[in-house]
Design a protein around this ligand. Structure first.
Ligand SMILES: [Zn+2]
Length: 211
């Protein structure tokens, strides 16, 4: 595997890296700041030597970057990575908002989210069954209180399962997670409800954050 620098410092916006492998528009670097898209995360974009990357893909030998077009480079060359920071920061704030909000639903109301995802400027949680309006309102109020209070957000590797990560917000239960977060809830901004729908009996709660 290459070095996944985004797990060591999620605030790093630029990096120099060496090329391990090249396949047309695809590059495998010795280290990277670009996280691939997942079910939850939109994935990073940015530039390598000024050329846009359209995405990244996790494979057996590491995380590959896919360029918009082929560039003339050789194995061993050093390249400069520049992250689209605004997009990353929004994704981290929304991701942290989802993990935080899942906390009061679970701890205060015994309602555990079964899925969550970021979609553009919004993000949503999904619950197994309908959740009462009153609970939704109170959970969001608690989350916004937690944002004001400033709870630490910690992501860490599982000690027994290789490659498996957890994220914990304050004292809420830790949640399995491969994504990236801000370090403190006070970086999230205020959580506001965008919509609440029932999708085939499952409660879906869409939110956004405003700084
Ligand atoms: Zn997550």
């Amino acid at each position: 595997m290459n070095e996944l620098v985004y797990y060591q410092d999620q605030y790093l916006k630029e990096l120099e890296a060496g090329i391990l492998k090249i396949e047309e528009k695809r590059l495998l670097l010795d280290k990277t700041i670009f996280i691939p898209a997942s079910n939850t995360e939109p994935g990073d974009v940015g530039k390598i030597n000024g050329v846009k990357i359209v995405g990244s893909k996790k494979e057996e030998d590491g995380v590959w970057q896919i360029l918009e077009r082929q560039i003339l480079l050789n194995t061993g060359d050093t390249v400069k990575l520049e992250l689209d920071w605004n997009k990353r920061l929004l994704a981290m704030r929304l991701h942290s908002a989802l993990h935080l909000l899942a906390g009061p639903f679970d701890k205060n109301f015994n309602q555990r989210a079964v899925a969550g995802a970021i979609r553009g400027k919004n993000a949503h949680l999904v619950f197994k069954e309908k959740v009462a309006d009153e609970i939704i309102t109170q959970a969001i109020e608690q989350a916004n209180q937690d944002i004001e209070n400033g709870l630490a957000i910690k992501s860490y590797w599982d000690e027994k399962r290789a490659g498996f990560r957890w994220t914990q917000v304050g004292n809420y239960p830790a949640i399995p997670d491969g994504g990236l977060h801000v370090r403190n809830t006070n970086e999230i901004g205020k959580i506001t409800l965008v919509s609440k729908d029932l999708d085939q009996g499952h409660q879906k709660i869409e939110i956004t954050t405003t700084s």
